[in-house]
Design a protein around this ligand. Structure first.
Ligand code: GLU
Length: 306
């Protein structure tokens, strides 16, 4: 076992893919960094299947995750946590937020939101993922109107009343800690308001990614969240939800993204870049890992910026 880092963090790390497509090289980097960080700190490496969105997750992709990770030489603890088994925990978390008066049902469809924004006719603010911020006024509805609309059976989402949530918490921060000790630690001011009144559940799916990820990281005792920079903006929102739900604060580290030949970050839809497609073209795990800028042994990353 390599020597533990100076402050002996003995971290609990996790890789948490969503089975909505085949894994790509960005996932391989994330999974390897997490496993190596666990080894370097004498900690643990967990796997969680983020299939909370049962309308998008597919079993075929889930099976491919296990096969691809094993092919890459990764070894995770069992049992693996599946979000589809966790809807009771998400319901409890939602009930807690509801008791604080922070949730409201929202019936506006995506199309209605798009139409409201078009009508506003100005540059509409967007969240960090590029989606337009919620433009509606359902947060001001009376209880009686909410009950009546819900009873009508039309689908709805549960949104977080962001202004109200923010008014009840102190200034929030998140801490960036490199588990390999290469980059300096840093404290960042969290800015969850950029996300507006986010959806935390839908009538047909009892938890959103943002809700499920904070509930499950706490449930699994995850101390160190190492994930791609594309999720850095979400960390602000996660810190808010952790604070509202009374969950512990993990350390974060957001690693570089792997870019495709077009210079854009890989996505599950860029199929030719999937681990599976590369394996089928004859690439070996060693070659794939070396192509990520990682050395093939179980040591720390070799690149100065990871
Ligand atoms: N399930 C998320 C994804 O596949 C990652 C969640 C996380 O690492 O926080 O993009």
């Amino acid at each position: 076992m390599p020597a533990a880092k100076s402050d002996d963090i003995q971290g609990i790390f996790r890789f948490a893919p969503s089975p909505t497509g085949y894994l790509h090289r960005g996932h391989a980097l994330s999974a390897h960094l997490n496993q190596r960080a666990a080894q370097a700190t004498g900690g643990r490496f967990l796997l969680r299947i983020e299939n909370v969105d049962t309308t998008r997750a597919r079993e075929e992709f889930e099976a491919a995750i296990f096969a691809d990770l094993a092919w890459l030489g990764l070894a995770w603890e069992t049992p693996v946590l599946f979000q589809r088994d966790r809807f009771d925990a998400y319901a409890d978390a939602l009930a807690g937020l509801d008791r604080l008066g922070l949730l409201y049902p929202s019936f506006m469809t995506r199309n209605a939101i798009a139409a409201a924004i078009a009508e506003a006719g100005e540059e509409w603010p967007r969240d960090p993922d590029g989606a337009p911020l919620y433009p509606g006024n359902e947060r001001d509805w009376s209880n009686a109107r909410r009950q009546a609309e819900m009873a009508s059976g039309q689908p709805y989402a549960l949104r977080l009343d962001m202004a109200r949530a923010m008014s009840g918490v102190p200034e929030l921060y998140w801490r960036s800690v490199d588990p390999f000790g290469v980059e300096p630690e840093a404290t960042h001011v969290a800015d969850p308001a950029r996300w507006g009144d986010v959806v935390l559940a839908r009538k047909e799916v009892g938890g959103s990614y943002h809700l499920a990820v904070v509930v499950d990281d706490a449930f699994q005792g995850v101390t160190d969240i190492v994930r791609g920079r594309d999720l850095e903006a979400a960390t602000s929102l996660h810190r808010l939800l952790q604070t509202l739900l009374g969950l512990p604060e993990p350390r974060y580290f957001h690693h570089r993204l792997i870019l495709g030949p077009d210079g854009r970050k890989l996505s599950k839809s860029s199929g030719s870049e999937s681990i599976r497609a590369r394996r089928e073209r004859g690439e070996t795990p060693k070659e794939l890992i070396a192509g990520l800028g990682l050395s093939v042994g179980q040591d720390r990353p070799t690149t100065p910026s990871w």
